[in-house]
Design a protein around this ligand. Structure first.
Ligand SMILES: Nc1ncnc2c1ncn2[C@@H]1O[C@H](COP(=O)(O)OP(=O)(O)OP(=O)(O)O)[C@@H](O)[C@H]1O
Ligand SMILES: [Mg+2]
Length: 334
């Protein structure tokens, strides 16, 4: 007689005692529910598909960032295998999920954090795919006794999701003997071990300062399992990011417009406060303003083509193309 087909399970059976919490739907399949002879399909089921979708979205929406994408895939693989092992009752501790995202401004850290939240949620490691972003001011109080409640409130808001601490190094001020930031760090250390809140903390900021921050806080550093670093974009990548952004907004550069924008980026990259993809987005917005102004001044009715096209004129209106470009103190030049 032919052997019976093995039982097959995928990730649509959430399971996972380690992540189910009050208010959560009961897992459909308990951990330990699979045994010898059963099989588990890592790619199947609702969760498996959602992870694949998230990874694909990351691939499609972000230009470059190959090392970041690889790391996210690796974390996805680790967690999928961990979940499968749980179903077979193979005991191991909950993987440490706290991370650090280091890199310059506008390099995609927040965007990747949102995708990470989706992935962790699909796999049941967090209860909702939300990212609660805070900076020092949201955590540190002005007066004695104010810091702990503030930090705990932020943790409570982020609980079940991701607490994203932007410019985390500002929590640590060694020059200030009794800085309240130290209190925040101590509370975070406790909360990061607390499985009940299923909180994932991501520390974000510039690479060099984060290194100093972690070396001064070895306790934190040892609780961060994944260090992901985001490189500044090359000129070529910035041009591709611009193409992606304009298409998404139902615009396009005509040929001269695209050449002008590429030149604009060359100039902008050398300016102060250059913020990678964020500067690209801001520059496109200013091109749209100039396009609108140009179109309003036209005497004839507009075609669809008029409405979607950004021309060299729209780009070259920037002050960077002026005869003697001024370095302004504005967050972004005009
Ligand atoms: N590789 C990329 N491809 C396409 N768009 C990108 C890319 N990286 C970032 N962006 C876009 O640039 C903008 C800024 O990105 P994001 O907010 O994720 O950067 P960040 O690193 O968090 O910046 P900051 O450090 O200033 O907070 C967003 O609109 C995002 O969609
Ligand atoms: Mg950000």
């Amino acid at each position: 007689m032919a052997a019976e087909a093995p039982l097959r399970f995928g990730f649509d059976q959430p399971g996972g005692r380690r992540t189910s919490t009050v208010g959560e739907p009961e897992p459909e399949v308990e951990p330990d529910s699979l045994g010898e002879g059963d099989e588990f399909d890592l790619h199947g089921g609702d969760a498996g598909e959602r992870v694949e979708e998230t990874l694909k979205a990351l691939e499609d929406e972000l230009v470059g960032l190959a090392p970041v994408k690889t790391r996210v895939r690796e974390i996805g693989a680790l967690l999928r295998v961990d979940r499968a092992r749980q179903q077979f009752g193979l005991a191991s501790s909950r993987p440490t999920l706290h991370m650090s995202f280091t890199g310059g401004p506008g390099t995609g850290k927040t965007t990747v954090a949102l995708r990470m939240a989706e992935m962790l949620h699909a796999l049941g490691y967090i209860r909702s795919p939300k990212v609660h972003t805070v900076t020092r001011d949201d955590l540190v109080g002005q007066f004695i006794g104010h810091t702990a409640p503030k930090t705990k409130e932020a943790v409570a808001r982020a609980a079940g999701g991701i607490l994203f601490i932007d410019e985390a190094y500002y929590l640590f001020r060694p020059e200030n003997e009794r800085d309240y930031g130290q209190e925040v760090i101590e509370i975070l250390l406790t909360e990061m071990e607390n499985e009940r809140t299923s909180l994932v903390v991501i520390f974000a900021g510039y690479e060099d300062r984060m290194e100093t921050f972690f070396s001064a806080n070895p306790g934190l550093s040892s609780r961060v399992a994944h260090h992901i670093s985001f490189d500044d974009y090359t000129h070529d990548e910035l041009v591709r990011i611009a193409d992606l952004m304009v298409v998404k907004e139902n615009f396009r550069f005509d040929e001269e417009g695209r050449t002008a924008f590429s030149r604009y980026l060359e100039l902008r990259m050398r300016q102060p406060r250059f913020s990678n993809a964020r500067s690209v987005r801001n520059a496109i917005e200013r091109c749209r303003l100039r396009q609108a102004k140009r179109l309003v001044e036209l005497e004839h009715p507009l075609t669809r083509d008029d409405l979607i096209t950004l021309t060299a004129e729209d780009v070259r209106g920037s002050s960077l193309f002026a005869d003697s470009p001024t370095t302004t103190n504005e967050p972004e030049e005009g």
